[in-house]
Write a protein that binds this ligand. Structure first.
Ligand code: ADP
Ligand code: MG
Ligand code: ZN
Length: 476
């Protein structure tokens, strides 16, 4: 039996206004090489100056994951030649990163919680992009020098489930912290997956392969499954030494396999050395204060939702996994919606309808105030659950979304007033003396008939709980 060992390196593109070492904007550029200057083009003599906003955002992650935030850290040059890097080196932090030794907690399907250690998070400059068009290759340096935070985990994960849970937690965290868009399709959150296996009980780690640049949770899981199988088979066939090498592999989406890209470079190959153009990054008290300004994070929200709102663990996790969902939920509560009812209406009624039209919470045609008001009306019995669904369907299809106006317009107001309901009940009972007789003689099943008749006579507007209560009174 084998055990899988996984460590992840996540590249998060920081959402700063300007690049890491120059004042070029990081925003979308209409033309290639438009957002460039002598520094990010690596022209001789141009000097880098570190971006304070990038440092503060890195520090904020550090505080959020309980790490050491170093008050002095250093930049190093990692040498390699590739056309998208005009300096022929990348500026990164090798020896002393701004953030070291943190932790992230993940929640697993079996209800357990696990701590994943974080080795470090360091600042580095991204490269440009090579674009291959027919016989030509072009280089676009708009991305050259944009700030990346590379977050490195300890080799603490033991399954693809743990790896995906870790990535989702980190993804959610950087989004709450608002330090990155973390858009996986656009590559602003991408990861390298390091995988090895070892016989159960063996202490030494096996040989790891590094699968580069994966940009979806699904591919992370699939590439791990593939690698574990490949490495296990090699072990069982007695060819582990020959076939499992420390190397860089790529996930081939079409074939569903990993393929060897290149042998793993040793650190020596990169000829790392301290960047002589950059002074040590020394953080100020002002930067520390700014970095510590932090929203409530998912773990704290889960705890509060359970303790103060009485939600179930699972519901609290679903709501907080995504900051848009959590903020939507909290806005619903501000409108007077009862928490548990709000969960159902958000995660099943609204989400189900959004799925059908290919929309999401972020692009929902129904905003949180509107759904919150709708649920508040259910919570105080102004409308029934059934009426609420009718109202939600109506608002999904129509531009007019003023809940209180629509309750009148669609005739959804629920009658909870005892007097009004009793008038109807008395009419029904008077009209069916024989059935009343049978009921009193022991035919309990007829109770449902009376409820049905009353609801029908009220055209569905009577509060069913009230109808039940008042009927019981009248028939006893
Ligand atoms: P490099 O910088 O060369 O990629 P590191 O030693 O910094 O190498 O490790 C990178 C990642 O690989 C880390 O996330 C670490 O947890 C992980 N890792 C290290 N050894 C193993 C192993 N034997 N199996 C799986 N992952 C590993
Ligand atoms: Mg690496
Ligand atoms: Zn520039």
């Amino acid at each position: 039996m084998f055990e899988t060992v996984i460590g992840l390196e996540v590249h998060v593109q920081l959402n700063t206004k300007t690049k890491l070492f120059c004042t070029c904007p990081t925003s979308f550029a209409e033309h290639q090489n438009m957002n460039t200057c002598p520094t990010c083009l690596a022209l001789p003599g141009a000097l880098p100056v570190v971006n304070k906003e990038a440092a503060v955002k890195a520090m904020r992650l550090g505080y959020a994951i309980n790490a050491n935030v170093n008050h002095t850290s250093y930049f190093d040059r990692k040498s390699y030649f590739y056309p998208d890097s005009p300096s022929a080196y990348q500026i990164t932090q090798l020896t002393k990163a701004i953030v070291q030794k943190g932790e992230v907690f993940i929640d697993l399907k079996d209800g357990t919680r696990k701590r994943i250690g974080m080795t470090q998070a360091h600042l580095e400059a991204d490269a440009g992009k090579n674009m291959h068009e027919g016989a030509y290759s072009k280089v676009d340096l708009n991305r050259s020098g944009t700030p990346l935070l590379e977050i490195v985990s300890d080799p603490d994960m033991r399954s693809s489930e743990e790896a995906v849970a870790f990535l989702k937690k980190l993804h959610s965290t950087v989004r709450y912290l608002d330090i990155s868009d973390a858009n996986m399709q656009e590559g602003s959150f991408r990861c390298d997956v390091n995988v090895s296996i070892r016989p159960k009980g063996q202490e030494a780690f096996g040989t790891r392969v590094e699968i580069k640049n994966i940009n979806s949770f699904k591919f992370v899981a699939a590439s791990i499954a593939y690698e574990v199988q490949r490495q296990t088979e090699a072990y069982e066939d007695g060819v582990y030494e020959q076939e499992v090498n420390q190397e860089t592999r790529l996930w081939n989406v079409d074939e569903g396999v990993t393929k060897s890209m290149r042998g793993k470079e040793e650190a020596a190959d990169y000829r790392y050395f301290p960047d002589p153009d950059l002074r040590p990054l020394v953080v100020t008290q002002e930067m520390i204060a700014e970095a510590k300004i932090m929203p409530e994070l998912p773990d704290a929200k889960v705890k509060r939702y359970i303790e103060e709102l009485g939600l179930k663990l699972y519901d609290a996790q679903v709501i907080t996994a995504d900051k848009e969902m959590a903020y939507y939920f909290e806005e619903m509560l501000a409108q007077g919606a009862v928490a548990k009812t709000a969960v159902t209406w958000l995660t099943s009624e609204l989400q189900g309808r959004l799925n059908k039209i290919g929309s999401s919470i972020e692009t929902s045609p129904i905003d949180a105030k509107t759904l919150g008001t709708l649920v508040a009306n259910i919570s105080d019995d102004s409308i029934s659950g059934k009426g609420g669904k009718e109202l939600l369907d109506y608002m999904m299809d129509n531009e007019s979304r003023d809940v209180n106006t629509l309750i009148d317009k669609l005739g959804l107001a629920q009658v909870s007033d005892d007097g009004a309901i009793l008038v109807i009940i008395d009419e029904i009972l008077a009209g069916n003396p024989d059935k009343v007789e049978q009921y009193k003689g022991g035919k309990d099943k007829l109770f449902g008939f009376f409820v049905g008749q009353t609801m029908k006579a009220s055209k569905g507007t009577a509060n069913p709980a009230k109808v039940n209560e008042l009927l019981k009174e009248r028939l006893s």
